[in-house]
Unconditional design. Structure first.
Length: 236
């Protein structure tokens, strides 16, 4: 057994170019298989990391005539869902990047804008502070944020006075009202709501602020509404 292994190593050493290509190919194959398994595990094997995951669903729209089978909704359509689906809770969300300035180094943070009803639907409580209230919704009422425990640790060294502090995001001063536990992730990368590459892990959540143009345009579809079959929402 040992002799064939020695002969194989000697052969590989005699052809370093081939050996390097073979090792890189194997490494890429292992990496690809690991990534695929992680997605399959998250999507099909491991339950979603929220309360009552079997009651949650993503609600998409489709236009078969145009060959569009899964697209997000517009702001007016989302508000229609909220009004019409009286036995279900509905919350819209979208990915966004926010520029965090102040401190030693400016940083671009993967973030999400969400409806205040999202956190009660998912049933995950903050480890500090609170989540958004119903009135923290819409243009002019979105001056608060919730941050992740990861960002709290990495950027602010777990500052015990973090809740209530101001962050400069995209040139605006926004108040931190809560910190979500490290286990909380939303949106999950596998949602892929924009139909492109998988999103990064989100570290800041901000209330949705529909503009006047958003509310008047049914053709601008960028919001993914997760839906829950529970009848009521609870806000802290």
């Amino acid at each position: 057994m040992i002799q064939p292994i020695r002969l194989a190593f000697r052969s590989l050493l005699k052809t370093p170019g081939f050996t390097a290509v073979a090792i890189i190919t194997i490494a890429l194959a292992i990496g690809a298989n690991t990534a695929v398994f992680s997605l399959v595990n998250a999507l099909l094997i491991r339950p979603l990391p929220y309360r009552a995951p079997d009651e949650l669903m993503l609600l998409w729209e489709k236009f078969p005539a145009q060959g569009l089978e899964r697209i997000p909704c517009s702001a007016p359509e989302y508000l229609d869902y909220v009004k019409e689906l009286r036995t279900m809770d509905v919350a819209a969300f979208n990915y966004v990047d926010l520029n965090l300035t102040g401190g030693d180094l400016p940083e671009r943070i993967s973030s999400a804008v969400v409806a205040p009803s999202l956190f009660p639907i998912l049933g995950i409580e903050p480890i500090r502070g609170r989540v958004f209230t119903p009135n923290e919704f819409g243009e002019g009422n979105d001056n608060v944020v919730v941050i992740s425990e990861r960002l709290w640790q990495r950027r602010f060294n777990r500052d015990p006075e973090m809740v209530g502090k101001q962050l400069s995001l995209n040139g605006r001063s926004l108040t931190v009202v809560g910190i979500m536990p490290s286990k909380f992730e939303f949106p999950l990368p596998l949602f892929n709501v924009q139909g492109g590459t998988f999103g990064n892990r989100v570290d800041i959540w901000k209330p949705i602020a529909f503009s006047k143009n958003d509310l008047e345009s049914r053709g601008s579809r960028s919001y993914g509404p997760p839906r829950c079959s529970r009848a009521t929402s609870r806000f802290p």
